[in-house]
Design a binder for this molecule. Sequence first.
Ligand SMILES: [Zn+2]
Ligand SMILES: [Zn+2]
Length: 313
Amino acid sequence: MRVWRAGGPRRRTRLPGVRIDLHTHSNRSDGTDSPAELVRRAHAEGIDVLALTDHDTTEGWQEALDEAERTGVTLVRGIEVSCRFAGYGVHLLAYLPDPTYRPLQRELRRVLDGRNSRLPATLQRLRDLGIGIEAEDVRAVAGETAAMGRPHVADALVALGVVADRKEAFDRYLGPKGPAYVHRYAADLETMIACIGEAGGVSVLAHPWASRHNHSALDEHGLARLTEVGLAGVEVDHEDHDPAKRAGLRALASRLDLVTTGSSDYHGTGKTGHHLGCNTTEPAQLERLLDLAGCAAAASGRHTPEVLGVSRR
Ligand SMILES: [Zn+2]
Ligand SMILES: [Zn+2]
C-alpha cells in the first residue's frame, strides 16, 4: 500500500489504467446510498479511486473510509461547497481540507443552517400553492442526511403523488424560476477557495458550465481571477457539459494551467444519467491534484486527510 500525503509535492506516483471518479454523493447529503454502500458499489464497478463529495458536510467521511479500507478502494475525502460568485450559485469541490479548521467549519455550518431555514419557507410556499406538504413528509424520505434540501422536498412531492419525479418537481416548483423557490445563503466563492487552501486542501470548480447554472462570469477572465486566489482545477468531463463545452473548457484550463477532472456526480437513484464512472479523471491529473494538496498541507501545517493508495487491481 502506498501513501500519498503532505511531504510529497515532488513525488511522482504513476497510476496507469486506474479508474478515478472524483465527485459522488451519499445519503449524508442528497444521494440515496449510504457512504458504505457507495464505496461497495464503486468497488463492484471497478472504480479504483473514489471521492466522496457530499454537499456542505463531511459527515459521511468516516463510514466511507472504513469501507474503503475493507474493499481496497482509494478514498479521496471531499466536500461540494455551495458558493456564490458574481451573484450566481456555483459549486466548489474541496478536496482533502482539514475538517477541523474552524473558519471552514463555521462557513459550512452557515450554509447548512441556511438550507435548514430555507426548508420551512419552501414548504409554506408550496402550501400557499395548495399542496398539502409538511416537514414530516420530507423527513420521511430524507433518511440520515445532514443537509435536508430541495432534492428531498422533491422526493416528498413524488411520494405525495404531486409530481412524477425530481426533475418535474424542480421544473414546476423548486427551480430558481419556480414559484416555491427560496433564496438561501451560500459561501463567497473566492473566500471559500482561500479558506480551503488555508485548511490544507485544494479546490476544483464543479460543472462550471452546466446550463442549469448561469456561468457567464466563469469565462476566461473569471477563471483567471479564481486561479489567482488559489483555484486548482475545473471539472471538465461532467454529464452537464456537452462535447463543445468540454473542448472549450479543456482548452481554457490548459491556457490557465488548471487541473482538469472528470466525474460522475453520482447520487444513487436520486439523479438519473450519472452512473458511477460515467466520466473519469486522468491519473496524471489526479497526481497533479494530490501534489497541490500536498503543497497546501505542507504550507498550512494542518492535519489533512491522507489518501491511501492501492496498486491497480
Ligand atoms: Zn453540483
Ligand atoms: Zn454534486
